[in-house]
Design a protein around this ligand. Structure first.
Ligand code: FAD
Ligand code: SIN
Length: 524
């Protein structure tokens, strides 16, 4: 089936929903999303969204904190733009119905997280993402110009390549005409032709065995843009959140928000000793790369599976009021956070790099935008500052919509695009092979491309991944498409990019730490 539309949005997290709501004032929008609409990293966000609200705070301070965390690789113009636009975007979210907690004086209750020099995190208890996601979905549902196709998986972007033209990598004249999408329940591939296509597919956490990301975070957008020969960058900067709940076998790993450390919780080893001061004068509130590496190091030298986060010295009633979700979750496994230390481990959490875009979210491919976590805007550099991600998503979704709506009257839809070719495919003989390769891929990435890397580990990861790559491509050519197979293929593409870019960076900086090049290069 062929459908035409003004705006095709792939993904229904904060970035996709916000873009759709803005663009719907100017044309028809289809959102495709591969699971239920609220299944997204956005839904899981706990800590909140950073913005300069308090009088004692300044844009300059938030900019400096962001640049410092980004370790020399942020684009200062982008950082300044996003931070200055933040208060206005927060007002818009509030006008749409998003609630943020207030203190007893009726002012916004601003929390502190690692790397921030001020309290500037707006939050709704410890379930900020759920509040944002549910509010925006309600607005989308009310909107007559937006159609949501759930359980619909974007397989590939359509470019000149599908018209039989040769497209080379780094080609400057590639155009996106829409996407082929798999209707998962109907088991058929549809063609959606669009004037503007927006990739808002989120992160890549499922590259790793331990991740805070939901199962949908499989880097599909990045892999699609890479196959379409768009520009991808900074993939080596995978952020590991220092504190996910250690609870064997649980996926995704439950996040213990950094705001809990901002509230006074302290990291300790099993014998009750504090250790963060050894690594950084900011202690438990040092930037994430430092805290995650410190925990990793303590676990390795002590041969332990986790460290502890201790809240027992804090006011128990206030703890429950601010962190009800964490309190309830820990109780289910027999931990009362008012008295018992919480076992925590680092977990893959966020990708700083991705699809390269300009200040309006425009990718290197004509008519194609990328927004939210899948994009690389220059905001985060080598290490994202806490709670700057929701902020980046909302600012860029807005900017992309403002830019894209200007184009829809001058673009004509290309009806000559062929439908998806399913000839020669059969049912996969053994779906179990896909599941096994998925696990192997996660093992390779976790063992060799984690928090601490080396040349040997990266090389080993590459040769192991190449075997799974070849096997999966064979399977892909002869199988009827399934979401699981496409996700595996995408994760292998994305894992390859992480390894290659990690190999190319001959230094340690921010989230990328290689023991063979422990120093930061002075001249980039
Ligand atoms: P997502 O919200 O992940 O949405 C991606 C969407 O794309 C999903 O709907 C998915 O189903 C869909 N999709 C993916 N591939 C396809 C495909 N092939 N076809 C169709 N649909 C597809 N950031 C902060 O700033 N503050 C926080 O407090 C915070 N807390 C976090 C806590 C957790 C546990 C996690 C996991 C992340 C947190 N982050 C936080 C990061 C932040 O939540 C994400 O970076 C942000 O929400 C990403 O939004 P997004 O719209 O780009 O992607
Ligand atoms: C957290 O609440 O610790 C996560 C915040 C973030 O990822 O920005």
């Amino acid at each position: 089936m062929k459908t035409t539309v003004d705006f095709l949005v792939i993904g229904s997290g904060l970035a996709g929903l916000q873009f759709a709501l803005k663009a719907s004032r100017y044309g028809k929008v289809i959102i495709v999303t591969k699971s239920a609409p609220d299944v997204s990293s956005t839904w899981y966000a706990q800590g909140g969204i950073a913005a300069v609200i308090r009088e004692s705070d300044t844009f300059e301070k938030h900019i400096q904190d962001t640049l410092h965390s980004g370790n020399g690789l942020c684009n200062p113009d982008i950082v300044e733009m996003v931070i200055r636009e933040a208060p206005e975007k927060i007002r818009e979210l509030v006008n749409m119905g998003v609630e943020f907690d207030k203190n007893d004086n009726g002012d916004l209750d601003l929390a502190r997280e690692g790397g921030h020099s001020e309290n500037r995190i707006l939050h709704y208890k410890d379930v900020t993402g759920r509040m944002i996601e549910e509010t925006l979905i309600r607005r989308v549902r009310e909107n007559k110009n937006i159609t949501v196709r759930e359980h619909t998986f974007a397989i590939d972007l359509i470019t000149q390549h599908h018209l039989g033209k040769l497209v080379k990598r780094w080609h400057t004249d590639i155009t996106c005409y829409g996407a082929y999408v798999l209707d998962i329940k109907g088991n058929k591939v549809d063609t959606i032709l669009s004037k503007i296509t927006v990739v808002a597919t989120g992160g890549v956490g499922n590259l790793y065995q331990t991740t805070t990301n939901p199962p949908v975070a499989t880097g599909d957008g990045i892999a699609m843009v890479y196959r379409a020969k768009g520009i991808i960058e900074n993939m080596e900067f995978v952020q590991f959140h220092p504190t996910s709940l250690f609870h064997s076998g649980e996926r995704p790993s439950f996040l213990i928000t950094e705001a809990l450390r901002g509230f006074g919780a302290i990291l300790k080893t099993a014998d009750g000793n504090e250790f963060m001061e050894k690594y950084d004068e900011r202690g438990c509130l040092a930037p994430r790369d430092i805290v995650a590496r410190a925990i990793d190091n303590e676990m390795k030298i002590r041969g332990e599976d986790y460290v502890y986060l201790d809240c027992s010295h804090l006011d128990g009633d206030k703890l429950i009021k601010h962190f009800p979700n964490i309190y309830e979750k820990c109780l289910t496994i027999g931990i009362d956070i008012r008295h018992d230390p919480i076992p925590v481990v680092p977990a893959a959490h966020y990708l700083c790099g991705g699809i390269r875009v300009n200040e309006n979210g425009k990718s290197s491919i004509h008519r194609l935008y990328a927004i939210g976590e899948t994009s690389s805007t220059g905001m985060h550099g080598a290490n994202r500052l806490a709670s700057n991600s929701l902020l980046e998503a909302v600012v860029f979704a807005d900017r992309a919509a403002i830019e894209a709506v200007k184009l829809i009257d001058v673009i004509e839809i290309n009806e000559k695009i062929p439908e998806w070719n399913i000839e020669g495919t059969t049912l996969p003989e053994e779906m179990i092979l896909v599941t096994q390769s998925y696990r192997e891929m996660q093992q390779i990435m976790s063992n060799y491309v984690g928090i601490v890397r080396s040349n040997l580990r990266l090389q080993r990861a590459l040769s192991r991944l190449e075997i799974i790559y070849r096997e999966t491509e064979e399977l892909y050519k002869k199988s009827v498409l399934s979401r699981k197979l496409c996700e595996l293929r995408n994760l292998i593409n994305v894992g390859y990019l992480v390894i290659k870019m990690a190999q190319e960076r001959k230094e340690s900086r921010g989230l990328h730490y290689n023991i063979d090049y422990p120093e930061k290069r002075l001249n980039l």
